[in-house]
Ligand binder design. Structure first.
Ligand code: GLU
Length: 349
């Protein structure tokens, strides 16, 4: 039975590189009928950031990446690690330093237990992978240097280590690992910038299990965003943008949810009154709109536009009167977005 784990350190917010590791593990488990354990690597209290774990959990939920077990917190498993350290000492695979710290005798001699008695990641990760029955450790290539020592510690504990798979990293334009601190490439940062979760997920899924490093491609992510937003029903699109459903049709074509929201707010704000000319068109519009429902649906709105077109109405003047702009969403969608009284007012009533 395949068991994998995603093991973020709560030292900052989840960035795209970490999310890639999560996606890769989830898919690996799903394709094999296996399970995913969420482990929180919080052995180092000085580096733990308050709220980071909650943020990571929220980001995973937003991305639609569920886990089957956990979160298992390393900070709560000190006794398990101390017992393992004793076993390593007894086996001669570790030695105690003068200050009380325990270090492995091989594999680069990593510190396993600090002088204050707390286990380090080097020991905790191995013990957890064994104890939790992890069959495959799938993680970024940046952790590859720790693998030989982790395998050696597992064997010194009398166990066969899991299989290790290392994927290429997501790197920035400069070829360097996307920084955890770079807000723009954190999952929360992308969400704040209005990228829908489906797009981030699709982008990461599209990377597969990269062997080599991959350059972060924002243009590609944005293409996924346009596609994902285009697939949403109008009401859902409006809800995601945080605006009333009536704005939905007018938000079609927005490139992200921030832009969609701005578009809705722009339509909601009455334009400065200007003389747009074409009084007959505006008059006919007021007649048609006045006779129709308070809230137009797409069909009723399109019928009004068709009627105006049929009598040779000046639709550009009407758009200008209603929105204050010469371009924008389709006119029928603007009609759906505006309540009757507001549309009549803007059309000169
Ligand atoms: N907590 C480690 C990190 O976030 C990952 C440990 C691992 O996957 O073994 O870099």
């Amino acid at each position: 039975m395949v068991r994998v784990r995603f093991a973020p350190s709560p030292t900052g917010s989840l960035h795209l590189g970490g999310a890639l590791t999560a996606v890769v593990n989830r898919r690996f488990a799903d394709e094999r009928g296996g399970s995913l354990v969420l482990r929180i690597d919080d052995t180092d209290p000085e580096r733990v950031l308050p709220g980071a774990e909650a943020g990571i959990l929220a980001d995973l939920a937003w991305l639609g990446i569920p886990w089957d077990e956990g979160p298992v917190r390393q900070s709560e498993r000190g006794a398990v690690y101390r017992a393992a350290a004793e076993a390593l000492l007894a086996a001669g695979a570790a030695s105690r330093e003068a200050d009380g710290a325990v270090r492995a005798t091989a594999g680069g001699r990593p510190t396993l237990v600090r002088a204050d008695g707390r286990a380090t990641y080097s020991l905790a990760s191995v013990v957890d992978d064994l104890e939790l029955g992890v069959t495959h450790v799938i993680r970024g290539k940046d952790l590859q240097p720790t693998t030989p020592a982790q395998e050696a510690i597992a064997r010194a504990l009398g166990r066969e280590p899991p299989e290790f798979l290392h994927h290429g990293l997501l790197v920035g334009q400069d070829g360097r690992k996307l920084s955890k601190r770079a807000r723009s490439s954190s999952v929360a940062g992308l969400r704040e910038r209005g990228l829908p979760a489906e797009a981030v997920r699709a982008y990461l899924e599209g990377l597969g299990l990269p062997r080599g490093d991959v350059r972060y491609d924002e243009a590609r992510l944005r293409r996924h965003a346009v596609e994902a937003l285009g697939a949403l029903p109008a009401g859902e699109l409006a809800a995601r943008a945080g605006v009333e459903a009536r704005f939905g049709p007018a938000l079609r074509g927005a490139h992200d949810l921030v832009e969609a929201r701005a578009l809705a707010l722009q339509i909601a704000a009455p334009p400065d009154p200007v003389d747009v000319g074409s009084p007959e068109t505006l008059l006919r519009f007021r007649e048609l709109r006045g006779a129709a429902a308070e809230q137009l649906d797409a069909e009723a709105a399109k019928a009004i536009v068709r009627e105006l077109k049929a009598v040779g109405g000046d639709l550009r003047a009407l758009r200008l009167a209603l929105t204050g702009a010469r371009r924008g969403p389709e006119l029928w969608a603007v009609l759906v977005a505006l309540p009757r009284a507001e549309a009549l007012r803007r059309a000169g009533a």
